[in-house]
Each structure stands twice: as structure tokens, then as C-alpha cells.
Design a protein around this ligand. Structure first.
Ligand code: G4P
Length: 289
């Protein structure tokens, strides 16, 4: 049998360049705001991020929290807190949760702010680098937090031309990721999860296999939501049969009474991505312990 992620075309060549750019920029920034997808907080991270930021204070934005399971998101927040990382749940489409961001930066940089105060350097803006793999919502975050007052600041001394600095207010400046940070390419489960959420495009994947994998996960974690959405299902079967059942429930039947599994797969993935099945998190803290 084929593998769902066998044909994903990754683009790993750029990481060395990004690594270099981040190294240059690190001395100029005070903290890092990492945007991740709350539905898959681990898979939507760059695996090298910890080393790349070399111990800079770190805030995690669990974005797209409007699409994730609230209880699971809260568990992730506690999980990161235990590691000394401030995490907040945000929805950068509506702006929900973003009011916590500035205070989170101040909390993460409390020591630095105190030192500034001692030296009479009140008013020196804090500089935060926003990082994240493609599609997690970095641009949405910057647009939302910068709002109409957004002003681009460029050509700082020592900063490569083209770096995207944004003045948020007198106290805060943001820098967009200098380069592209990729997810953990080599891990098939990571590729699948990114594909479920739509971060990796379907056309490079086998849609039916992807939908079958999603059904496996949903029937384990969110069986009740599947039943509410599609009606009674027999779970004592393999994921192909389950996909057939789901398709049949929607009348996706072709000649001979067989299910049109391609249509069923597309429907399932589309309904998952649009949260029609429910608010679902595909990665939980206990799997990560
Ligand atoms: P990036 O810079 O990290 O690559 O991500 P970007 O902001 O472009 O966001 C990627 C997609 O995710 C966009 O959807 C964006 O609207 C959506 N998005 C970002 N944050 C949130 C969020 O908190 N909740 C929800 N539900 N969606 C979010 P798109 O389909 O590419 O574009 P569009 O729908 O805005 O037209």
C-alpha cells in the first residue's frame, strides 16, 4: 500500500540560509514569539527552533484556537508553562486573545525591563522576532496586532536590507521571520498532520489515504463528533471501510453500490478543515510526554 506522505515535495534547501539570518538578527532582538497551529502545536513547529533562538525569552502563540479543542489548548498552555514558556491561545483572524500578547512579552522580559528601569532607559522599545513555519498565521498575527497604525521600519544599522520590522507602539517592535522555517520534514506523521489542516496541499498527496488516516485518528479521539456529524457508524472495521460508510451516509455511491471514496475523502477533509465536524485538536499533551 502507498504511503500518504510518500510524495510530499519538501523544500529543505533554505534552512541553512534562514539559520544564518537568524544568527545575525538575534543580538538585536529581546524575545521570540513563535506562532504555531493550536490543532497541531508540535507538528507545526520548526524542529530546530530551540537551538536557533539560543535561550532568548520565548512566547508561544497557539494560533487558530478558534478551530482547536479548547480543553486540549488549555493543556498545552499548562504544558509550556511547566517548561518556563509563556503560551497564549489566539485567533489571529478575529483578534481574539491578542490583547494578552503585550503583557506576555512584558512578563517574559520582566528582568530586562527592570534592568532598563535601573539604568533610566525607560521607553526603550522591546523587539520581538515573530517566527513560525508557513501557514501558521504569522502575517495574520502581525497584521492584526499592528492594525492601522502599522508602520514599517527598515534599514536599521546591522540589519540586512529587506528585514521586515513593524512598529506596534512606543514599547514594542516586531520583526517578521527572516527567511523560511520549515517543519520536521522527515517525520511522516508531521507531514500528515500538516496535510489534514491544509498547510500542505492535497494535490501532492493521496487524498483517500489521507482521509483514511484522519478517520483513524478521529475515531480514536473524537468518535462522538464523527457520529454526530455522520450518524451511527460501525467502528469495528478498517479505515477504508469507515471511509466507505461515511461516503454512503452522504449518498456518494457509484455504479454497483460502491462508495465514491475519492469524493468521500475530499468531503471529509473539507469538513474537518472547516470545523464542520467540530473543534478538533490532533495532538495532545500526553502523546508528547
Ligand atoms: P503565514 O504568514 O504564517 O504563512 O500565515 P497566514 O497569516 O498567511 O495565514 C494562513 C491562513 O490561515 C490564512 O488563510 C489565514 O486567514 C488563516 N488564519 C490565520 N490565523 C487564523 C486564525 O487564528 N484562525 C483561523 N480560522 N484562520 C487563521 P487562507 O485560507 O490562506 O486565506 P484567507 O482565508 O485569509 O483568505
Amino acid at each position: 500500500m502507498n504511503d500518504t506522505t510518500q510524495s510530499i515535495q519538501w523544500f529543505p534547501g533554505h534552512m541553512a540560509k534562514t539559520r544564518r539570518k537568524i544568527k545575525v538578527i538575534l543580538p538585536l532582538i529581546d524575545a521570540v514569539a513563535e506562532v504555531v497551529d493550536a490543532r497541531i502545536p508540535q507538528s507545526s513547529r520548526n524542529p530546530e527552533i530551540k537551538e536557533l533562538i539560543e535561550g532568548k525569552p520565548h512566547i508561544i502563540l497557539l494560533n487558530k484556537c478558534d478551530m482547536a479543542d479548547k480543553t486540549v489548548t488549555e493543556q498545552w498552555i499548562s504544558y509550556y508553562k511547566k517548561q518556563g514558556i509563556i503560551a497564549i491561545a489566539v485567533d489571529c483572524k478575529s483578534g481574539k486573545g491578542l490583547s494578552l500578547f503585550k503583557d506576555s512579552v512584558k512578563t517574559a522580559l520582566a528582568d530586562k525591563l527592570e534592568a532598563y528601569k535601573q539604568k533610566g532607559m525607560i521607553g526603550k522599545p522591546l523587539r520581538v522576532m515573530v517566527v513560525g513555519i508557513p501557514n501558521v498565521g504569522k502575517s495574520s498575527f502581525i497584521n492584526k496586532i499592528a492594525g492601522k497604525t502599522r508602520a514599517k521600519v527598515e534599514n536599521r544599522p546591522g540589519v540586512t536590507r529587506g528585514n521586515q520590522w513593524f512598529t506596534i507602539d512606543k514599547q514594542l517592535e516586531l520583526l517578521d521571520t527572516p527567511g523560511v522555517l520549515w517543519p520536521k520534514f522527515e517525520d511522516k506523521a508531521v507531514g500528515e498532520r500538516l496535510a489534514f489542516t491544509g498547510a500542505v496541499k492535497d494535490r501532492i498527496l493521496d487524498t483517500e489515504l489521507l482521509a483514511m488516516r484522519l478517520l483513524e485518528i478521529l475515531s480514536e479521539k473524537y468518535r462522538d463528533l464523527l457520529v454526530s456529524r455522520f450518524g451511527e457508524l460501525d467502528f469495528e472495521c478498517d479505515s477504508y471501510d469507515l471511509l466507505c460508510q461515511v461516503g454512503k451516509k452522504r449518498g456518494m455511491v457509484i455504479r454497483g453500490g460502491e462508495t465514491d471514496t475519492e469524493r468521500a475523502a475530499n468531503m471529509l477533509l473539507e469538513e474537518y478543515r472547516n470545523c464542520k465536524i467540530g473543534l478538533i485538536s490532533l495532538e495532545s499533551v500526553d502523546e508528547n510526554a
